[in-house]
Structure formats: C-alpha cells, structure tokens
Ligand binder design. Structure first.
Ligand SMILES: C[S@@+](CC[C@H](N)C(=O)[O-])C[C@H]1O[C@@H](n2cnc3c(N)ncnc32)[C@H](O)[C@@H]1O
Length: 188
C-alpha cells in the first residue's frame, strides 16, 4: 500500500505503481554475476525486494550498500533487510557514498531508477555519476518497462547507454512483472 501511495506523492521519482516481482528481482541478480564482485551498489531500493535477493547472493567478503531518495522507502528497505547499509540520498552522490566505504569505484552498480520518468538533464547527470563511479570492465545493470520503449525518454536512455558503454545487452522481456520489463546489462 505504501508503494502506491508513494507513487501518487512522487510519480516521477517512483515511476511504477507496484514493486518489482520476485521473478524480475531474481533475474536482475542473476544478470549481475555477483560471485566475483567486491563492491556492489543498488540505486533506488524502494521497499527492498531486489535488495533481499542481492544480499542472499552477495559473496561474504563483498561490500554492499543502497541509495534511496525517499525516506519512507529507506525505512521499509531497512525493515525488510536488517543490518543493511541504506543511505537516504540521491544516486547523483554515488561517489561520496563510495568514499564513505573506502572505495573509489564499484564493480557492480544495480539500478532500478525509473529512467523513463526522468527529464533529459536528470538522465544525463545520473548516468554520468554512475559511469564515473563504475570500475573499468564493471557491470551496470538496469531495468526498463517494455511499454515505455514507445516513449522518447526511454528511447533516449537506450541510445545514451549504447553510446557510453563498451557493450550493452538486453534480456528477453520478463512477463511475470507488472508492467512487463527487461534488463540492460552494460559493461564499461
Ligand atoms: C521503479 S522504483 C523501484 C523500487 C524497487 N527497487 C523495486 O524494484 O521494486 C524506483 C525507485 O528509485 C528511487 N529513486 C528515484 N530517484 C532516485 C535518485 N535520484 N536516487 C536514489 N533513488 C531514487 C525511488 O524513490 C524508487 O524507490
């Protein structure tokens, strides 16, 4: 219920009516190849549905933290994922949070940010912050709703990542999610 309420209060930040499904969450994590990672970051944790899957699959020696802009969601993620480091702030400040954890770069950035709801400036700034915080050969994993590809913000985002990253792959559409979604796997 809180998710829908937060959507109506902050539609362009939340970007979806309900959280990601378990199927989408598991696919995000399996696309991320977590086994070899040293510093994993999640952007836009919402109520922590993907966070729970990340934690389950994180190597024991790896560092993990999340960044979430909405205070209510920070509280929900912390409740659903006890003892997990979730910062209340913007993904724009990713570098600052990496430094707090004694890292200059992350080797895996997982984002559920609603790119299709962002304006051009915010897309550019957030993507720049992500790219500058990602290690060479690091993985950037992010989602897109299939129907949003009909609209220019999502088309623009797709072009941006193809220009910026060395390699961009897309999973097939995951139908067991509302709305159906796919995952981008980008390598720097
Ligand atoms: C589509 S929801 C995804 C929520 C959850 N991860 C899931 O998969 O169900 C997008 C999330 O990104 C958060 N968000 C939006 N802009 C953000 C920003 N600049 N920095 C951090 N989080 C942000 C929203 O508050 C929301 O929780």
């Amino acid at each position: 219920m809180n998710f829908i309420k937060q959507f109506f209060l902050h539609p362009t930040e939340v970007g979806s009516l309900i959280p990601s499904s378990k199927t989408l969450s598991k696919s995000i994590v399996s696309t991320s190849n977590l086994k070899t990672k040293k510093c994993v970051v999640e952007l836009g944790t919402g109520n922590g549905v993907v966070t729970q899957e990340i934690i389950k699959n994180l190597p024991s020696e790896a560092i993990f933290f999340g960044i979430e802009i909405n205070k209510k969601f920070v509280e929900e993620t912390k409740k659903n994922c006890p003892n997990t480091n979730i910062y209340h702030g913007s993904a724009i400040d990713l570098k600052k949070y990496l430094k707090n954890n004694h890292f200059e770069y992350s080797d895996c950035i997982i984002s559920e940010l609603p790119w299709g709801a962002f304006n051009n400036k915010l897309q550019d700034e957030l993507l720049e912050a992500i790219y500058n915080s990602l290690a060479k050969k690091g993985d950037f994993i992010t989602i897109s709703f299939a129907q949003s590809m009909l609209f220019s913000p999502s088309k623009r985002f797709s072009q941006l990542i193809k220009k910026k990253f060395d390699k961009v792959e897309k999973t097939p559409i995951i139908w067991k999610n509302f709305p159906p979604a796919f995952i981008y796997h980008c390598i720097k």
